[in-house]
Design a protein around this ligand. Structure first.
Ligand code: ADP
Length: 558
């Protein structure tokens, strides 16, 4: 802008300078022409008086250096000329100024010589005797004057232009400076020029609108980020070039990616084929679902196209973590297969014994023994089925019991009494120590403790020991069941809580376990809000500990 103003000012001043110079020249020219004419007239008038008085003598004394003076007879013959020999001069009767003077008393004419760049101005005055006295002078033409003065004029022009340039530069800077200092954040507070006030007003109005819209857009973005940021589900919004427009932390976590950048392809987050197909499918305009596994995490991806007037503008991908569902499903499938297998074994035995009895292949004295075997297998079946029911109930959280305050020592004594016959068979001694009171779901706790004590007896050695210690502190309660039995190898310690997992599979049948006991313990403890810990060393024994942290309510309620 400064440059434009500078150029405009320079151009205008240049033009003004030229036009002014031209006008001045014309005015001067006119003025000097007028002056010259006047001088010629005066001179002619003085000379005419002298000639009329003294005749040609008055002219003889005239110098040839001054204006040219010519005296012409009434017939046009040159009588005298102070610059030339009048004898040799042609008749002047036809000259314009002479004719005019003869007719009107005075005459005037101007003649140009383009070769010399001169003009001659003539003034003729008729004398009383009819002769004509002519005074003339030569003057340069405007063009020749200009040409003659070209160099100084050019210098003046250059000087004027340089000065104009300096002033134009200063002026343009002075004009632009207030505009450069404008505070566009608050345009209406500026007062540089009256003329720009409407423009500033408009800018101010537009800025307010933009600020309002930005605020609204930011609010919506923050709202979106807050909502999606707390979502468990992953959310990705992409454009039709697969470039990321929006995403939330869950999406990155589920895709196993640490960071994302806007305007980069979503495929850089996960390069697996199913993910690529889901993205491509949605961008082709159809809803696509796929299951993806990243580092052991399963997620279901629903990719939906975003349509605008029938054209695909992008896609929205929703990612849901289904790992737990998948694991539960796998567990259930495995459990069903295991249950079927576990049921089949006793049923096959029962069916086999019954068939032998039916075919009369058993000696009468052995019938009781066979019936006993059938009874044992049926008992195993009953225990197994009841364990399956218990574990299913815990799985589904559909336990039909209410919480009550339980005196743990009473419960433990009851359990140990029930286990005394089995313990006596192997001369195992049972102990309990301490007391504790807990508000809990009694049947589940009883089941948990029974299974622990039952295992402590089952997996003990002859003459071994089982002790149940109860400990009630201000802020926790602990129940530990210890035995001096065979112990559990370190490698199996984390697996014994799995359904149907047994350390010694061949031995388990004669011991009579279902493989579900510790699984019930684990689920039961979780249901009762207790943590479960196992310490064991093979050949020395095992200790299972249940631990309840007491809240302030529990402490005051005891
Ligand atoms: P089971 O019905 O076979 O006893 P559990 O789920 O109760 O099934 O136990 C799983 C396995 O853990 C058992 O088969 C056994 O090998 C081991 N186990 C459980 N308790 C003890 C213990 N107190 N001492 C040694 N091994 C144990």
């Amino acid at each position: 802008m400064t440059k434009r103003i500078f150029r405009s000012i320079l151009l205008v001043s240049g033009l003004v300078l030229l036009v002014g110079l031209g006008c001045m020249l014309a005015v001067f020219r006119q003025y000097f022409d007028g002056q010259l004419e006047k001088e010629l007239q005066q001179e002619a008038s003085y000379l005419s008086i002298a000639v009329e008085d003294s005749g040609a003598d008055a002219l003889e004394k005239l110098s040839s250096q001054r204006e040219r003076v010519t005296w012409i007879g009434a017939d046009g013959k040159v009588l005298f000329d102070n610059r030339a020999d009048s004898e040799g001069m042609e008749n002047h009767g036809d000259r314009e100024e002479i004719q005019e003077a003869l007719e009107k008393g005075s005459g005037q004419a101007t003649r140009y010589s383009s070769t010399l760049g001169e003009k001659t101005v003539y003034y003729a005055l008729r004398l009383e005797d009819g002769t004509v006295l002519r005074v003339s002078t030569t003057q340069y033409t405007t063009a020749s004057i200009v040409l003659g003065m070209l160099q100084p004029v050019l210098w003046i022009l250059i000087l004027a232009l340089v000065l104009s340039g300096i002033f134009a530069s200063r002026a343009s800077k002075t004009i632009v400076a207030p505009l450069n200092k404008l505070d566009l954040d608050n345009p209406e507070l500026n007062e540089p020029y009256e003329e720009v006030a409407p423009l500033l007003g408009k800018i101010g109005h537009q800025q307010r609108t933009i600020r309002r819209q930005l605020k609204e857009a930011r609010r919506q973005q923050e709202e979106f980020a807050m909502i999606t940021g707390h979502m468990e589900e992953g959310l990705l919004v992409i454009d039709k070039q697969t470039d990321l427009l929006s995403w939330n932390p869950s999406a990155l976590r589920l895709l196993g990616s640490k960071e994302a950048r806007a305007e980069t392809s979503v495929l850089s987050l996960n390069r697996s084929e199913p993910f690529q197909k889901a993205v491509e499918g949605a961008l082709a305009g159809s809803r696509t679902e796929t299951l993806l596994e990243v580092n052991g995490v399963f997620c279901r991806i629903s990719a939906n196209p975003v349509l605008d007037e029938g054209a695909v503008k992008g896609a929205v991908l929703l990612l849901v973590d289904v790992t737990e569902t998948m694991q539960r499903e796998n567990l259930r499938r495995e459990f069903t297969a295991n249950v079927s297998h576990e049921l089949k074994t006793p049923l096959t035995s029962i069916s086999g014994f019954a068939e032998i009895l039916q075919d009369g292949l058993v000696q009468p004295q052995d019938i009781r023994k066979f019936a006993g075997r059938i009874f044992d297998e049926a008992q195993r079946l009953i225990v197994l089925v009841s364990d399956v029911i218990k574990i299913s109930q815990l799985d589904e959280g559909s336990v039909p019991y209410e919480a009550e305050t339980v005196e743990l020592s009473e419960m433990v004594n009851g359990i140990l009494t029930r286990l005394t016959p089995a313990a006596e068979k192997n001369q195992i001694t049972l102990h309990t120590e301490g007391t504790a009171k807990l508000r809990t779901v009694k049947p589940i706790l009883e089941e948990v403790l029974y299974n622990l004590c039952d295992n402590a007896v089952k997996y003990n050695r002859k003459g071994g020991k089982v002790s149940v210690d109860l400990r009630q502190e201000k802020d926790f309660i602990e129940v530990s069941v210890s035995d001096t039995g065979i112990g559990i190898p370190a490698a199996d310690q984390s697996r014994v809580f799995e359904r149907f997992y047994r350390v010694d599979k061949s031995h388990s049948k004669e011991i009579g376990g279902t493989g579900l006991g510790l699984s019930i313990v684990k689920h039961g403890a979780a249901y009762l809000g207790a943590s479960l810990d196992l310490q064991s060393s093979p050949g020395e024994g095992s200790t299972f500990t249940l631990h309840w942290e007491l809240s302030e309510n529990d402490q005051t309620g005891k």
